[in-house]
Ligand binder design. Structure first.
Ligand code: ATP
Ligand code: MG
Length: 319
């Protein structure tokens, strides 16, 4: 009845109020970039909790100042890289600079950031940015925060500053660059059902889709070890086309650009929840008990989402 009205909706003009939910549901969207840019909230996640805990009063405002400082720093990092390339001072990466020059850039970036957070941080706290690496899509800096006694107040973080907000290649935008990576982080966190620290993926903190950066845990020998790896292929049905190129650091996957869903990808949260439960059973006995329980649920007409649960069992049994 409303088909004509529906046909008139131009998806790219829609404003998504809950971008996070949109990202949690699925990956590899071939949306128009405008769709995302029109979203009401372009920051997903938040700055690390160790920093938030330092703000006793006026928390929301201080978080905003900290996020803004990161956004402006990302802008400076992107601009510095572009300018050095534009003037042919570097061909590809700021790594080509003399160590002293690179050091000056890192100091300038750190000073720029410290001035912006000065009023909200306890006295003597200093942040430091150190260049970590460059890829086709981004520059990554190690971000450290020390207190007045020169002690780190948290494990270092990685600030991934994308060279461009939009994916430079249209054909790659469903898997690569800022939006696809931010999408993947939200999806996998939700699908896993817990934070990622003990998995083979590095922990994700925030994605700023307006300023073009993503903050994750910095991978080094002191990062939280992988104890419960996610079975990305067999349970979550996603595979990375990029993994061969990116060597893991301390066994962690840090670059989620390139992840693609497999044909049997489950894009319903109830089905995935039950499928995961079935897959995660350690013993045959436990599995049999679970299957019996699930069959009871499916046969009870009062069970909400019966069809979705049935689907999970069907998928599991057909594996
Ligand atoms: N979380 C992290 N911890 C430590 N180092 C990191 C982290 N993220 C990135 N790096 C470093 O920065 C480099 C570039 O990062 P990344 O691979 O994510 O960028 P990219 O532009 O997506 O690269 P690619 O061209 O491989 O897709 C990496 O090779 C690695 O050395
Ligand atoms: Mg990449």
């Amino acid at each position: 009845m409303y088909m004509n009205e529906l046909m008139c909706i131009k998806v790219s003009n829609c404003r998504i109020s809950r971008l996070k939910k949109f990202f949690q549901k699925d990956i590899n969207y071939k949306y128009s970039d405008e769709f995302i840019k029109n979203s009401k909230r372009l920051i997903l996640g938040n700055i690390p909790p160790e920093i938030i805990r330092m703000f006793n009063q006026d928390k929301a405002n201080k978080i905003k100042i900290f996020q803004d400082a990161l956004a402006q720093t990302a802008f400076i990092i992107r601009g510095t890289h572009k300018k050095l390339k534009h003037y042919n001072i570097i061909n590809n990466s700021i790594e080509e600079l003399e160590p002293a020059e690179l050091n000056t850039i890192e100091t300038n970036i750190s000073n720029f950031f410290n001035i912006r957070i000065k009023d909200i941080m306890p006295k003597g706290y200093i942040a430091n940015f150190e260049f970590s690496g460059k890829g086709a899509f981004a520059n990554v800096f190690k971000f450290s925060l020390k207190n007045e006694c020169d002690e780190k107040i948290m494990h270092d973080k990685a600030l991934k500053v994308f060279h461009n907000i939009d994916c430079p290649l249209d054909s790659l935008k469903d898997t690569q660059n800022l939006f696809a990576e931010a999408n993947f982080w939200e999806f996998i966190k939700k699908a896993a059902g817990h934070n990622l620290s003990k998995t083979q993926l590095t922990k994700h903190y925030m994605s700023d889709l307006k300023s073009g950066f993503i903050m994750t845990e910095f991978c080094d020998s002191t990062i939280c070890q992988t104890k419960f790896p996610l079975n990305l292929v067999k349970i979550f049905k996603v595979v990375s086309s990029d993994l061969q190129q990116n060597a893991l650091i301390s066994d962690k996957i840090y670059d989620v650009g390139g992840f693609r869903k497999l044909p049997d990808f489950i894009n319903d949260k109830v089905t995935l929840r039950y499928y995961k439960k079935l897959k995660n059973q350690k013993s045959v006995v436990d599995l049999e008990i679970l299957i019996a329980r699930i069959k009871l649920l499916i046969n009870n007409p009062k069970t909400p989402h019966r069809e979705k649960i049935r689907k999970a069992l069907e998928l599991f049994l057909s594996d």
